[in-house]
Write a protein that binds this ligand. Structure first.
Ligand SMILES: N[C@@H](CCC(=O)N[C@@H](CS)C(=O)NCC(=O)O)C(=O)O
Length: 223
């Protein structure tokens, strides 16, 4: 099995982290999205969306990071990470869907991406309008994550770590690039630290830290 990814890509990080954490036998192939390799004919034939990550398992191709984590957990029988019991599995699915839609629709596309990626930056007043839209909605999404999704639990589905934590924490830490102050959200901050304490974190986050360093002097709007 092969993972096509880029180490700085926000939606690739959950896969790289999970694969390293669980020591899965998956070949990693970097697609250099900074050089436009994802637009090559060869890659577009595998993923017409021209996005990473992508899994290739024999002649089976799978896109969408959330679906890919579920596939990896099921394929390797990791029932602690992705339970088979009906309601426990439904909870993991619920959390991952919420991160992907309710949370990331605002946080990724109306807050982080327009400020750090030139191809997401809007012209003139449109940029401010995007941020005016995104900031209060991100504040609300972070409040829901802090107070309700996590609450007093160590992980987003309760007492034990699941693929929903791998997915969610990599999306939430995209906010580190614009220096979101997580101290205002203590349950989120503690959860991020818990996930960062996993042995696989540092090795899979060098590029993330590099980008953070490159953006350290820039001014950003945060919730
Ligand atoms: N919904 C997709 C999103 C994938 C995605 O947005 N990938 C980004 C990297 S984080 C990408 O390949 N960007 C290249 C580009 O926009 O040109 C997933 O979760 O896998």
């Amino acid at each position: 099995m092969k993972l096509y990814y880029h180490p700085v890509s926000i939606t690739s990080r959950p896969l790289a982290l999970f694969i390293a954490d669980q020591a899965l036998e998956v070949e990693l192939e970097v697609v250099d999205i900074l050089k436009g390799e994802h637009h090559s004919e060869a890659f577009a034939a595998k993923n017409p969306n021209k996005l990473v990550p992508l899994i290739e398992d024999g002649d089976f191709l799978l896109t969408e990071s959330s679906a890919m984590l579920k596939y990896l957990a099921d394929k390797h029988g990791l029932t602690g990470m992705y339970p088979t019991e009906l309601q426990a599995r439904a909870r993991v699915n619920e959390r991952m869907d919420w991160f992907n839609t309710g949370f990331y629709r605002e946080y990724g596309y109306h807050l982080v991406y327009p400020q750090i990626f030139p191809n997401h930056k809007r012209e003139g007043a449109a940029q401010q309008a995007i941020l005016d839209w995104g900031v209060p909605r991100c504040k609300e999404a972070l409040r829901v994550l802090n107070d309700h999704v996590l609450g007093d639990n160590p992980y987003v589905c309760g007492q034990s770590v699941t693929i929903a934590d791998f997915f969610g924490v990599c999306l939430v830490t995209a906010g580190e690039h614009i220096r979101v102050d997580f101290s205002a959200y203590p349950n989120i901050q503690a959860w991020i630290e818990r996930m960062k304490a996993r042995s696989s974190w540092a090795a899979t986050h060098a590029a993330h830290e590099g980008l953070r360093g490159m953006l350290a002097e820039q001014e950003f709007v945060t919730p």
